[in-house]
Design a protein around this ligand. Sequence first.
Ligand code: OKS
Ligand code: ZN
Length: 365
Amino acid sequence: MLITLYDPDCLLHKTVELLGSKLIPALESPARLEAILEALHLSEHECRKIQLSAGGDEGRVSRLTKLTSDTHNHNYLQHLQSVYEEWLSAGLIEKDGNVLPECFYLPTSTGKPMRPPKDVFARAGYFAFDMSSGIMLDSYRAIVASANLAYEGTDMLTGFGTDGATDVDTVFALCRPPGHHCDGRRAGGYCYINNAALAVSTWRASKPQARVAILDIDFHHGNGTQEIFYSDPKVLYVSIHGEDEFPYYTGAEDERGIGEGEGTNINLPLKVGSPFEEYMSKLEYGLDRLLDFRPEFLVISLGFDTFHADPLGHFQIHTEDYGTIATRIRQNLKDIPCLVLLEGGYVIEHLGANVLSFLKGWKSV
Ligand code: OKS
Ligand code: ZN
């Protein structure tokens, strides 16, 4: 059985970004989630609301914090939580303003270690790699709510296969903001906490020796996820993404992992404008590698920016194709509990239909 999870606080984050040379309302907007929720409410899929900020179990909140810090730098997480207030008190922004980075960390030949700058204005650039990760009044609440869906979803799935614990084998977490561009200490590409990494930490908390696979089918390379697990032999990362596209500096085929993790990072870049048939042949190859790895738990970073009309993605994929993609994944990995995490996808008018197509294809197996 598949269930969908959402937290209404994920709607609160609403920022601006630099696109071309213009500062515009970010394409990663609350309207994306609203469109998906509306489509789900009009269909028969179970959609469960979890609101972290509604309080309740304090033990769960501290577990979430602890698991997030497995893969994220403490000072970075502290920065996400406090920087908006700090900029506000310093008079750098108004109440409705956005924290946006100015100067990024610059690797040098001095041999000096990377250190946060003293200046709070400058610090935004130390903890980010681009200007698509603004922070406004409610951002932190949405960021944590989004991460919590990955945590709750994984926690639910750890009970699958245990007598009577749960018959849920797939959780689709409607995460917003997304996560796959964020590494342990840098926000970017609309991402602040790596939800996939948090899911892996959550799974491992109860199954420390587990082999886990991450299949990233967002249009963009998940540089953050790759970075976090690059040397980890127990985590297989497979990504299909637009060649030479955002985030530009990663995603090449020769990035295969390092040390003990050599071979557990598989990048499958695909030319911009590629038709669905070519996409599917990459997917089939990726699925074979996933099967060879024999994972116990599968995380899918799912982006709908592979859609033909997407402003930030450039493959020839149509609504019905998401059903085919889901069916093929499921046919191959039927017995493995799976957490699906929402990443990108920016054509609001088609987002609901694309999600429903994916879910229908998944459930048809
Ligand atoms: C320019 C837009 C940057 C593209 C970010 C891509 C986000 C995405 N400010 N990642 O999967 O969809
Ligand atoms: Zn994307």
